[in-house]
Write a protein that binds this ligand. Structure first.
Ligand code: DSN
Length: 434
């Protein structure tokens, strides 16, 4: 807590709550599939005086003076993003994932247009056209999802739907799909119907960087991502795109803009005002970290850990949605149990395993309780855990699930075991670096 000495003096209430969160995060197993730990360097960039600056516009074309260093910072973030993903164009200004996705709609569709996306209960994201989100209110979602029997995409069925409905945009991305996504197959379909193909890689970007998941960049018109999940950057979004419009402005009356320009204009001034420069700096730092060989090893280990955890849980008799995992996440399927996903997530949290309840395909229960629990391995991998530790984690999960109805004594015991276990690991941004 040495970093927070000014706060301690001036706002002890907030200081104390941050201190408690630090203790919580360092004594529990963070298994929420969309979280991780940022480094001290990322924290310093995000906590810097760059938060003071207004920089509306883009490098070299700002609406405020005094942006010499802002331009250099944003250009560094852009260059590193392009290098990291091999992209032609990058915009690093979106405030987070949902605004980034909003930009894509505003840039490329008109209100009322059709898009294909996965509904939330099938493992998609709110912004892929789900009815309670702007994307489902302003546009028309044509749903697709994993086949209920295999848990995997059935490309023939997806092609059939696409040809029948002819959406102008296909979203490929998920928050709860444990298998690899073959963007090449989706690109063939998008080409056949002249639809824009958009990948949302927020959940799996580190796996793509590590080469353990197919790469969408060669196949997709736009790739949207956050930087705060497994990429271990600040809470923000970014967009990668081709420069030229593959569909040659087929859907636009104004033909002057290329794809990259449409995206940039939709970010600013279309959706946002001043960019969050301190966060863009943190993102640049995270991209630099992600360009290292160590980061690639991390991406590889995330999947090894998820596979080991899946294997250990399957061996104990648990069902996993989709049968297992090829990524960072697995979804425990409790459809046949007399407790809900929410019961399990709460019991796990009481014992020090922090996850979230999640729909499983064909879930008979409501989204407010669900039949599943989603688990991700990237935070544990960031702490330095490997396959042997995943076996221990599976044992703890099993003990919790066996005791869901009489949790108190056992959960206190497990909570302490997990706290002791966590204290053996270095946690970036939390544990003092050696
Ligand atoms: N909320 C994120 C997740 O947990 O998957 C998606 O934005």
């Amino acid at each position: 807590m040495e970093r927070y000495q000014h706060l301690k003096q001036t706002d002890p209430e907030i200081y104390d709550l941050i201190r408690k969160q630090i203790n919580y995060e360092s004594s529990t197993l963070k298994m929420i599939a969309s979280e991780s730990f940022v480094s001290f360097s990322v924290l310093e960039a995000c906590g810097s005086i760059l938060t003071n600056k207004y920089a509306e516009g883009y490098p070299g074309a700002r609406y405020y003076e005094g942006n010499e260093f802002a331009d250099q910072i944003e250009n560094l973030a852009i260059d590193r993003a392009k290098q990291l993903f091999g992209a032609e164009h990058a915009n690093v200004q979106p405030y987070s994932g949902s605004p980034a996705n909003n930009v894509v709609y505003r840039a490329l569709l008109k209100t009322g247009d059709k898009l294909m996306g996965m509904p939330v209960p099938s493992g998609g994201h709110l912004t892929h056209g789900w009815k309670v989100n702007f994307s489902g209110m302003d546009y028309v979602q044509i749903p697709y999802g994993p086949h209920p029997k295999t848990g995997k995409f059935d490309m023939d069925q997806i092609r059939q739907t696409a040809k029948k409905e002819r959406p102008k945009m296909i979203w490929v991305g998920a928050t709860a799909y444990p298998h690899k996504i073959e963007y090449k197959d989706f690109a063939e379909i998008a080409n056949e119907i002249d639809a824009y193909l958009i990948a949302d890689i927020a959940h799996i970007n580190a796996l793509i960087i590590a080469g353990v998941h197919p790469d969408p960049v060669p196949y997709c018109d736009v790739v949207s991502s956050t930087s705060h999940k497994m990429l271990r950057g600040p809470r923000a979004g970014f967009l990668l795109s081709k420069i030229e419009d593959r569909l040659q402005s087929k859907y636009f009356s104004d033909h002057q803009l290329n794809l990259a320009q449409r995206i940039d204009r939709a970010v600013f001034p279309g959706l946002q005002g001043g960019p969050h420069l301190h966060i863009i700096a943190g993102m640049a730092t995270a991209f630099q970290e992600a360009l290292t060989p160590e980061f690639k090893n991390y991406g590889v280990q995330i999947v090894k850990n998820a596979k080991k955890l899946a294997e250990s849980l399957l061996a104990k008799g648990y069902c996993l949605a989709g049968g297992g995992t090829d990524t960072h996440l697995l979804i425990l399927d409790f459809r046949n149990e007399n407790f809900t996903g929410k019961d399990a997530a709460k019991a796990l949290a009481r014992s020090g395993i922090i996850a979230n309840f999640n729909m499983v395909p064909d879930d008979p229960r409501s989204p407010f309780v669900t039949s599943g629990v989603r688990l991700g391995t990237q935070s544990l991998t960031t702490m330095g855990m490997k396959e042997p530790e995943m076996e221990k984690v599976a044992d703890w999960i099993h003990r919790v699930c066996q005791n869901i109805t009489r949790i108190d004594e056992e959960s206190t015991k497990i909570r302490q075991e997990i706290a002791d276990f966590c204290s053996q690991f270095q946690i970036p941004g939390i544990t003092k670096p050696c």
